[in-house]
Design a protein around this ligand. Structure first.
Ligand code: BTN
Length: 234
């Protein structure tokens, strides 16, 4: 896929910017900012987006509903591998697509549908913010690549690495992608509590990217959205 990158120093939200102007842009358009003043997260939350980060949104056209549902899985792997390329450190994934270094979230993603089956995939990576910055905001489980690894990848190198992984993963069969995802997903095998109250052990990821949980009552249930906290983590 051909990606066209447009850069801003600051935007309220790269997802909002691209969604509002999606009709004017081609598939593969990337809107990128160093900071966001109103970054948006999953489940209507705010996404803290301090300066020296990489916040970007890509306009995509998944071929099917299945591919749309699978995008967060693909994007999580793309970011983890992109970070590994630039720092030598491979992050792990907390289902569905939080990217973690040493148990701290350094990246989140938000995929939003626009007209005609197109999707805006937003990815926010904290690169250079300090530990103190997140502590002051009372975000003990959030961090940055620099705070976790001592390395500070150059923003546009990291963007290139992530986009190149995304491009190659979008062409791979889902089964192959799932195998890679399972290998990176630290939720598997852990005791979890879901936002809908379900407690149990995360057993597997389904063909659709859902989390399969064995509940404490030994029933298998499938979670397709929402928030899951891992016992002893967040
Ligand atoms: C989450 O973890 O809840 C998802 C966070 C998604 C943040 C990215 S940053 C780029 C894009 N623009 C936004 O406003 N949100 C996404």
């Amino acid at each position: 896929m051909k990606f066209t990158i447009t850069e801003f120093d600051s935007l309220p939200s790269t997802n909002s910017y691209l969604k509002e102007r999606a009709a004017d842009f081609p598939i593969g358009q990337v809107i990128c900012a160093k900071e966001q003043s109103s970054g948006r997260g999953r489940l209507g939350r705010q996404f803290t987006s301090p300066e020296s980060g990489l916040y970007f949104s890509v306009l995509l056209r998944p071929k099917s509903i299945e591919e749309t549902l699978f995008l967060p899985i693909i994007a999580g792997i793309a970011v983890a591998r992109g970070i590994q390329t630039d720092t030598g450190v491979l992050p792990l994934l907390k289902w569905p697509n939080d990217v973690l270094l040493d148990g701290k979230k350094i990246c989140g993603m938000l995929a939003e549908g626009v007209a005609d089956g197109r999707v805006v995939l937003g990815i926010g990576i904290n690169i250079g913010a300090s530990r103190t910055y997140f502590d002051k905001l009372n975000l003990p489980h959030v961090s940055s690549i620099l705070a976790q690894t001592g390395k500070k990848p150059e923003r546009l190198n990291l963007l290139d690495a992530v986009l190149s992984e995304l491009d190659s993963l979008l062409d791979k069969p889902h089964e192959e992608v799932l195998t890679i995802y399972r290998g990176l997903c630290l939720t598997l095998g852990q005791e979890i509590t879901a936002s809908n109250g379900i407690c149990g052990v995360a057993k597997d990821i389904s063909q659709k990217g859902e989390l399969i949980v064995e509940t404490t009552e030994k029933k298998m249930v499938v979670l397709n959205s929402g928030e899951v906290s891992i016992s002893g983590m967040y």
